[in-house]
Design a binder for this molecule. Structure first.
Ligand code: CMP
Length: 142
């Protein structure tokens, strides 16, 4: 069963749409294998987004990600990484397809409501950043 990491970002948490976003995942066949609401430290955010350290938007991204609590979630299911990316829509909400999470809940490319792993390999790295294996549990179909 494939796993991916989702982060509901501070803008969406502040708007009170945690439940609406988690419902998009569950309504589209993804299982919530683990979830937690946390406040990232500056060191956490810098380490999580280290791959973007040289990008011009890095400091704004880190400032934004520590501006309030986030919800980190392990999603599980067949094709979970790609399904989550399809549900999120384009990084820039102005380019996101209608009906996607970013089109419906995001303001701009910084405050873009959600993050999702961009490959299965990165998903494993990002999940391990936030969760130990014993905190993650598979839910089997009844
Ligand atoms: P996310 O999927 O969390 O990955 C990195 C984040 O950087 C991205 O979503 C955006 O919120 C933010 N960002 C800001 N400017 C850009 C940009 N020009 N290209 C990509 N990501 C950007």
């Amino acid at each position: 069963m494939e796993r991916t990491l989702s982060i509901i970002k501070p803008d969406a948490v502040a708007k009170g749409v945690i439940g609406k976003i988690l419902d998009r995942f569950e309504s589209n066949g993804l299982k919530i294998a683990a979830t937690r609401k946390i406040q990232l430290s500056r060191m956490d955010a810098e380490a999580f987004y280290a791959v973007h350290a040289e990008r011009p938007f890095f400091n704004d991204l880190v400032d934004f990600m520590i501006s309030g609590p986030v919800v980190v979630t392990v999603l599980e299911g067949e094709n979970a990484m790609q399904i989550n990316r399809d549900l999120m829509g384009a990084t820039n909400p102005k380019e996101a397809e209608p009906g996607t999470i970013r089109a419906d809940f995001a303001e701009n490319i910084d405050a873009n409501a959600v993050h999702g792993s961009d490959s299965v390999a990165n998903a494993a790295i990002e999940i391990a950043f936030f969760f130990s294996e014993k905190e993650i549990s598979t839910t089997s179909e009844q």
